[in-house]
Structure formats: structure tokens, C-alpha cells
Design a protein around this ligand. Structure first.
Ligand SMILES: N[C@@H](CCC(=O)N[C@@H](CS)C(=O)NCC(=O)O)C(=O)O
Length: 315
């Protein structure tokens, strides 16, 4: 089994999904702690400029975004599967949850702990990540709406547990459970579990489900430095792509492309297209600092364009 390296920080809810997935699959991993506020120059060198967290590294293969990280983990160790009821339902539920709950969850979070967030964190999130002000004062007028929306969504989760089984999509845990758990985890860990359970009217079944997910833990990890991770990438060779070449829009292999998230932190990463299917895009980058890398992105939530058509380019 190759080294599995997770670049993450403790309070990142998206990272929590992946730490739990590593624990669930019983995979040993190496942990690289990054700052909650950029610059993160060594991580940047590996991702070509993708600025979000977490990032999974397997040798010289770099996986950006939790959706594609789950896919990579599933390939590395298929059992226990993260998709017991099929890929579609788990992924669709996850994408909806990530997008729909991010703003209301942050709105509730800052109501509890906003005064403790450093000004440089708030400035970074406004200017370089979300594009809006997440200070307590700025979010306060909409707080009732955030609570109303999260309460409605949480009730949907409760109804899934009632109708589908012990987990959201059936009797076994899936990616959807790890994903829908993460924003509730963020709130309960920072604001107090009892307060959040009461404020969002979380049912006893939902609380028991969260306790069960929490008990999975993060598996076994050891800490390494960003420099160690860079050296591992530099001396490794990217794995043979496990997807073929099938771009639904006819972009040819070998083309220069830019890949850009279509929600937040819209920084394009440019590189040479090496492999693609309907779900995944792999680009190649080669710098003296990193050697040859294959950087993987999901299709969902990202725009891949031939270079020249995108609005901005970083490489
Ligand atoms: N779609 C991404 C979202 C990741 C994301 O938004 N992560 C947050 C941290 S939990 C982030 O990157 N925040 C800005 C930052 O840390 O630079 C994924 O699924 O990985």
C-alpha cells in the first residue's frame, strides 16, 4: 500500500469527512497539518494553486476536493465500501448538503464564536474564499433564516434514518453519512452539542447517528512535515491513471486546460490533460520543486476549459 498523506487542519469540517473515511476503511495515513489561513506555499506547489482543504496525496498523485478523495480511497481499499447503495445517491446527496448547508452553518457558528475569529481569518474568507463577510455582525441579521434552514434540512436527515435504515441511504454507512455529519460536527464541536441539538431540534435518532459516526475515529496516523510530503511527491512517479480518456466535450488528451471550482475560491489550476472520464479529470504538472505530478479533480463542481477560454490563469 502506498503512503497516504492528508493535508488538513483540525477544525476543517471537510477534512473531518476524510479523517473519518480513513478510520472507517482502517487505512494508516500520514498527516500534514496546514494553516487555516494561507499562504500555504508547499501545499500550493503540490496542487498547482487549488487553495482548498483537504488535499489527499498518494505519492505524486494529488487529489483535490473530498468527492475525488473518496473515489481515490475507494480504489485504494474497496472494502468496506463507501458506496453500499451505489455511487449516485451518495454523491448527489453529498453535493447538495455541502453546498446548501455551508452558509447557514457558518452563520450559526459565528453567532457562537464569531468574536474569537481573528481578523486575518475573516479578511481572507471575504477577499479570497467566499466573497462575503462572515463576521458575527455581518451574519447576524440572517441568523433566524440560517437556523430555520438547518432545522428543515436536519429533519430531512431524520426522515432518511426513519425510512432507509441505520444510515442515510440504507443499513450501511456511506459517503452521504460522512458528508451530512460534517457541518453538524462543526457546530456541535464549537458551539456545544447540547445547545445545537436543541436549537436545531435534532431528533434522538439523529443524535445517536452522529454518536455512531463520531465513534468511527480517524484510524492510525503519524505526523510528517510539508517538506517531507513535497519530497515524497518529488521522488515518486504518478500512478497509471485508472480512468481512460473520455472527455464529453471533445477536449483532446495533451491539451492545456484550466480547472476551476464553480463555487468558492475560484482560482484556476492549469496543466496538461492526461486522463478524464465523466467523473474525474487528471492534469499533469511538472516543476523543478515537485517533479511530475498528476492532479485529480472531480467533474461535479468544477469547470474544465481549454486554456484561452478561461478568464484567469495562474500557472
Ligand atoms: N468542495 C470542497 C470544499 C472544501 C472546503 O471548502 N474546505 C474549506 C475548509 S473545511 C476550505 O478550504 N476553506 C478555505 C481554506 O481553508 O482555505 C471539498 O469537498 O473538498
Amino acid at each position: 500500500m502506498p503512503d497516504i498523506i492528508l493535508h488538513h487542519y483540525d477544525l476543517s469540517p471537510f477534512s473531518e469527512k476524510i479523517r473519518l473515511a480513513l478510520g472507517y476503511k482502517g487505512l494508516d495515513w500520514k498527516s500534514v497539518k496546514v494553516e487555516a489561513v494561507p499562504p500555504r506555499p508547499l501545499l500550493n506547489a503540490l496542487t498547482g494553486g487549488y487553495r482548498r482543504v483537504p488535499v489527499l496525496q498518494v505519492g505524486a498523485d494529488i487529489y483535490c476536493d473530498t468527492e475525488i478523495i473518496f473515489r481515490a480511497l475507494e480504489r485504494l481499499k474497496p472494502n468496506p465500501t463507501l458506496y453500499p447503495t451505489g455511487v449516485g445517491i451518495s454523491k448527489a446527496l453529498s453535493l447538495w448538503w455541502d453546498r446548501a448547508t455551508w452558509k447557514p452553518a457558518i452563520g450559526i457558528l459565528v453567532d457562537y464564536i464569531g468574536e474569537h475569529l481573528p481578523p486575518e481569518f475573516l479578511a481572507d474568507r471575504k477577499d479570497h474564499y467566499l466573497g462575503y463577510d462572515i463576521s458575527k455582525a455581518a451574519m447576524a441579521p440572517m441568523l433566524p433564516a440560517y437556523v430555520q434552514e438547518m432545522t428543515a434540512f436536519a429533519e430531512w436527515l431524520g426522515s432518511m434514518l426513519q425510512e432507509n435504515g441505520a444510515y442515510l441511504t440504507g443499513n450501511a454507512l456511506s459517503v452521504a453519512d460522512l458528508t451530512c455529519y460534517h457541518s453538524l460536527w462543526l457546530l456541535r464541536a464549537n458551539c456545544g452539542a447540547e445547545e445545537i441539538d436543541k436549537q436545531l431540534n435534532l431528533s434522538p435518532a439523529l443524535v445517536a447517528w452522529m454518536d455512531e459516526i463520531n465513534a468511527i475515529g480517524h484510524g492510525k496516523s503519524i505526523e510528517i512535515t510539508p517538506e517531507d510530503a513535497l519530497e515524497i511527491a518529488r521522488t515518486a512517479t504518478p500512478s497509471l491513471p485508472s480512468v481512460g480518456f473520455n472527455d464529453p466535450t471533445g477536449i483532446a488528451a495533451g491539451s492545456r486546460v484550466s480547472v476551476t471550482p464553480n463555487d468558492n475560491a475560484r482560482v484556476p489550476v492549469t496543466g496538461t490533460l492526461v486522463a478524464a472520464d465523466a467523473q474525474e479529470i487528471i492534469i499533469r504538472k511538472d516543476t523543478p520543486e515537485t517533479g511530475v505530478l498528476h492532479i485529480h479533480f472531480p467533474r461535479a463542481g468544477f469547470e474544465t476549459l481549454p486554456v484561452g477560454l478561461s478568464t484567469k490563469s495562474v500557472a
